[in-house]
Ligand binder design. Structure first.
Ligand code: NAP
Length: 519
């Protein structure tokens, strides 16, 4: 069985004890083991702070863009190997694996272009300068410079490649060295992706390190210039937010957590409209893609009362076409959940939701998978529930079932009621709203905009190009308020801000412009 290695202070380390086992979720066969026992986290931080950081800060944005371009190329070239590892350890079909792996290289390539466009500068100028006295002899300008610490990434199990790449793209462009810690249960893809980048010799020494296993005493060693970028559950986020040392030295923390995302069908959408077709296609895909293990998956579906029967029938029809099983079998279109623990949690969550919303397709239980031995594999068939009263269900708005399961919620068709029901989820990463009535959409935005990080407007005019609400595009923000974590990632240049310090430069306009690089 393969033993995963960590890359610390320029050496690949293999632990000899303290292992956790990684399995193939389609067969439950053991595929690898991982442990971080014996890692000297002090040495890791010293290498990053002492060598990686200064080396990256010496580069211009354009030079960092070249590094990102090379990283994107390496992951693109290694795609087939990574997709195979994703199948073995994440249980993904090729298409679902590519959402992670291809999404990762695409995000790196986007940031490569963005950094190149910033040219030969090392300081990011933020907005216009402002005259502070009667003339330009005293002037103010906000600028951003790289933080002199380490960016630590702690990632969730569902996106081992994209989770690493989307954080690395922003940190590297900003000029910060990185320590990457993937979720242990699915670390196979991340370990190999990092290994490919290290082997290619792209990055300066100290710029990238990898921890396979737990974080040991790393968090207790972080300082005020460091950044902790976390993606995972709200429970783990709470642990970091209240961690005495992290709080004590004020480590900058970004949290990307759970989300009970909603899809809302507007009352104007007719049965045969292109917008209805987009809604049904998007929602069916957002329930089943990556077996529902996406932080951006649709969990709640708001439908005007008069459209409920049609939507229920069409979604059931689409979900019935899903073939659940081992992605090694070519007929399979949806793989298993990633771990035994995830299956157990999803089954308990489905039972909790089914106590207040009736199953209208599937039963929220485990099934045997096509191409897998009977009784083996963490398979969960697509399930659609329906609540009689959207406001009377409590668990549906509270419990994230990380599986291919969503709940239909009837509403009266007003933007105000849709906004109120969506807000019961306590803050989401994305809400998709389907309507061709722009006045209605405007009212929805006013009522519910603050409850989400992104509103995906599905309409006839976007139907030909809309990629689906689950895609976190690097050009626009990813993150959401409240239980979604309150963080922000990506969003073009905004994504660099987590890894940089914004400061105000004050002086004569001539001096400020010269120092900021604006002159
Ligand atoms: P998790 O249990 O919170 O674990 C996430 C990461 O935190 C893992 O790397 C885990 O390491 C690490 N971790 C847990 N406890 C820790 C501690 N005390 N100290 C240091 N590290 C610790 O979440 P998950 O089950 O992997 O991910 C599923 C959740 O992530 C879902 O709720 C999903 O909605 C959310 N998610 C959010 C986004 C987003 O962008 N908002 C994206 C993807 C997923 P080990 O694996 O070693 O335990």
């Amino acid at each position: 069985m393969k033993t995963l290695r960590s890359y610390i202070a320029g050496a690949w380390l293999e632990a000899s004890a303290g292992f956790r086992t990684l399995v193939d979720p389609s067969t439950e066969e053991e595929v690898a083991r991982a442990s971080s026992e014996g890692i000297d986290f002090g040495a890791a931080l010293d290498w990053a702070r002492g060598e990686g950081g200064p080396a990256l800060r010496r580069l211009t944005f354009a030079e960092r863009g070249e590094l990102l371009k090379a990283m994107a190329g390496v992951l693109r070239e290694g795609r087939d190997e990574l997709l195979e590892l994703s199948r073995i350890n994440n249980g993904t079909t090729r298409r679902d694996g590519n959402f992670d792996v291809g999404g990762g290289s695409g995000t790196l390539a986007y940031y490569a272009g963005l950094a190149s466009g910033l040219g030969d500068r090392q300081v990011l100028v933020d907005g216009d300068g402002v005259q502070l006295t009667r003339d330009e002899s005293f002037w103010g300008q906000h600028v951003l410079v790289p933080r002199h610490g380490v960016a630590v990434f702690i990632n969730a199990f569902n996106f081992p490649a994209w989770g690493f790449a989307e954080k690395a793209a922003c940190a590297l462009a900003a000029g910060m060295p990185m320590i990457v810690k993937p979720a242990t249960a699915t670390a196979l893809v991340a370990e190999r992706a990092v290994e490919m980048v290290i082997e290619a010799g792209i990055l300066p020494p100290g710029a990238l390190q990898l921890v396979c296993g737990s974080t040991g005493d790393l968090l207790d060693r972080l300082g005020p210039q460091d950044v902790l970028a976390f993606t995972g559950s709200a429970d783990t986020a709470r642990y970091f937010r209240t961690h005495p040392h992290l709080v004590g030295v004020n480590v900058r923390l970004n949290v990307e957590a759970d989300s009970l995302n909603a899809a809302v069908l507007g009352p104007d959408v007719g049965d045969d409209a292109a917008t209805m077709e987009l809604f049904l296609k998007d929602v069916a895909r957002e329930i089943t893609q990556k077996s529902g293990q996406k932080c951006t998956a649709v969990r709640r579906i708001l439908v005007p009362d008069e459209h409920l029967t049609l939507v229920r029938e069409h979604l059931a029809e689409r979900l019935a076409r899903v073939v659940t099983g081992n992605p090694a079998d070519e007929s399979v279109t949806m793989g298993p959940l990633a771990t035994a623990g995830q299956l157990e949690d999803a089954l308990a969550g489905a039972a909790e939701l089914a106590a207040e919303a009736a199953p209208v397709f599937g039963d929220g239980g485990r099934v045997d998978g096509v191409g897998s031995p009977a009784g083996k594999g963490y398979f969960f068939a697509p399930t659609l529930l329906e609540a009689a009263d959207a406001r009377a269900v409590e668990a549906v708005h509270r419990r994230e079932v990380f599986a291919p399961l969503a709940t239909l919620l009837p509403y009266d068709g007003t933007a105000a009621e849709a906004a109120e029901i969506v807000a019961l989820g306590g803050g989401t990463l994305v809400t998709s709203v389907y309507s061709d009535d722009e006045a209605w959409l405007g009212r929805y935005l006013a009522g519910a905009g603050s409850a989400t990080g992104r509103i995906y407007l599905g309409s006839e005019s976007a139907a030909g190009a809309a990629p689906g609400s689950g895609v976190a595009l690097p050009q626009t923000l990813h993150g959401g308020p409240g239980r979604a974590g309150g963080g922000e990632e990506l969003g073009g240049l905004a994504g660099l801000e987590l890894y940089m310090q914004r400061l105000a430069l004050q002086g004569s306009r001539k001096t400020v412009d010269a120092v900021s690089g604006r002159a």
